[in-house]
Design a protein. Structure first.
Length: 435
């Protein structure tokens, strides 16, 4: 058996993506720290042929511009020169040291500087401000540069750019690399080489949620208990005429919420998502509308509430159960159980008042509340009405209101949305029966 490569995960998304892609490509059952030089040679032989197929080669213009793969000066010699370049890096791999100068792994020494033709988004020789000390490139060791060459295998094509996924979870990174390599194997089996992994999600945010939801569904729900991975998506192009990068850090609390959604709520959740694509036609097929902006995905990714999307004001009904709403409130909105319960109890008290006195105007008033003062005045009038009617049941206690229901006037809209959810859940059938 050949000598081990002595690989370690670096934290650099380009290098780590290459490591996991190589691992899944040549020997998925081998531990990363047990991978050998023979594994690396096998990988080199595979990509030096794959990247020269027309579709894959076209992708390389946005990943490794001016590389032998993409430079017209080497047009007739690519098949010969590209593997030579990879093996030149292979032959230059040096030993691990205590203080390596490589800015990728820090464990081996850099032999020469590298630019964007080898390491995406690092810059070019003519723009020295991209590099430390105005050098003519970035200090990467030969092994790290070589590992980056495997990174395209794990890229996800979206809207003319690429999504690169990175996590601190080995399980998740191996899962994602495995999905991408399975796509590669499908291309090999069919003889239809179409380039980087592409499921036709042109909207990157929608593509990111598709990746996450597919990943969650791959494992049993119990697998995700007590798992808190970092989830970062790099949406980039390294194209010569305009390199770009957008970073999407997927909120961990949103990830936990999505892992919770039980099978009984999957259809409801899918319908909730379906309703919030922008400008979709009633009978439009998923392949078309899924590439349009989705309000829920945008809000979840950017820390904004989705409460008002969980019920239908016009139809006066809820779109999911209180149980799912409660978990969303706890995980995503970071709301305490005491506050959730206090608001729920207030919603139940208002339900009983509306039914008991057939006062449907209360529901309309709460729906139309436009300020904190307006909202609290509605509750005050109901309390006064209960006193006048000799009704001794409290809507809520003073302590519950100031400590939990509206501990800050700024959260009154959130409180109103939750009360409306509870009222619609309780009153939907009653409102239909009473026309």
């Amino acid at each position: 058996m050949s000598e081990k490569l002595n690989l370690h995960i670096t934290g650099n998304p380009f290098i780590d993506s290459g490591i996991y892609a190589l691992n899944m490509l040549v020997s998925k059952k081998t531990r990363i720290d047990d991978m050998t030089f023979d594994h690396l040679k096998e990988g080199i032989d595979l990509i030096s042929k794959l990247y020269l197929t027309p579709a894959w080669n076209k992708n390389m213009f946005s990943i490794f511009p001016n590389n032998i793969l993409t430079n017209n000066a080497y047009k007739d010699k690519k098949q010969e020169l590209y593997p030579e370049e990879l093996y030149e890096l292979y032959d230059s791999i040096n030993d691990v040291t205590d203080k390596g100068t490589c800015i990728g792994c820090g464990r081996r020494d850099s032999i020469r500087e590298h630019v964007k033709r080898d390491v995406p988004l690092t810059g070019s020789v003519s723009f020295k401000n991209f590099f430390s000390y105005a050098k003519e490139g970035a200090d990467y060791c030969p092994l790290c540069v070589l590992l980056i060459q495997f990174m395209p295998l794990s890229l996800y094509r979206s809207g003319g750019k690429f999504i690169m996924f990175h996590s601190d979870s080995e399980t998740i990174m191996k899962y994602w690399a495995d999905q991408a390599i399975n796509n590669y194997h499908s291309q090999v089996a069919s003889g239809n080489y179409v380039g980087c992994f592409n499921e036709e999600y042109k909207n990157p945010v929608n593509g990111i949620f598709h990746i996450i939801e597919t990943m969650i569904g791959y494992y049993d729900r119990k697998h995700w208990e007590n798992v808190n991975p970092s989830l970062n998506f790099y949406y980039f192009t390294n194209f010569n005429q305009g390199a770009e990068l957008d970073l999407y850090s997927f909120p961990n609390n949103v990830f936990r919420f999505l892992t919770y959604i039980p099978s009984t709520e999957k259809t409801n959740w899918k319908q909730i998502i379906r309703r919030q694509y922008v400008n979709i036609k009633k009978d439009e097929e998923e392949e078309k509308y899924r590439n349009k902006k989705n309000r829920i995905y945008e809000n979840l990714l950017n820390g904004r509430t989705i409460l008002h999307y969980l019920y239908d004001t016009k139809g006066k009904y809820t779109l999911c159960s209180w149980g799912l709403l409660k978990y969303y409130l706890r995980e995503v909105e970071n709301m305490s159980d005491n506050r959730i319960e206090a608001i729920r109890n207030l919603g139940d008290s208002l339900t009983e008042y509306i039914k008991k006195y057939d006062d449907r105007k209360v529901l309309t008033d709460i729906e139309q509340a436009s300020t904190y003062g307006n909202f609290t005045n509605i509750l005050r009038k109901i309390m006064k009405s209960k006193v006048e009617k000799g009704d001794k049941e409290l809507l809520c206690t003073f302590d519950d209101f100031v400590n939990h229901i509206c501990p800050d006037y700024k959260v009154w809209k959130e409180t109103r949305d939750l009360i409306l959810f509870r009222l619609y859940e309780n009153l939907s059938e009653w409102l239909i029966d009473n026309k």
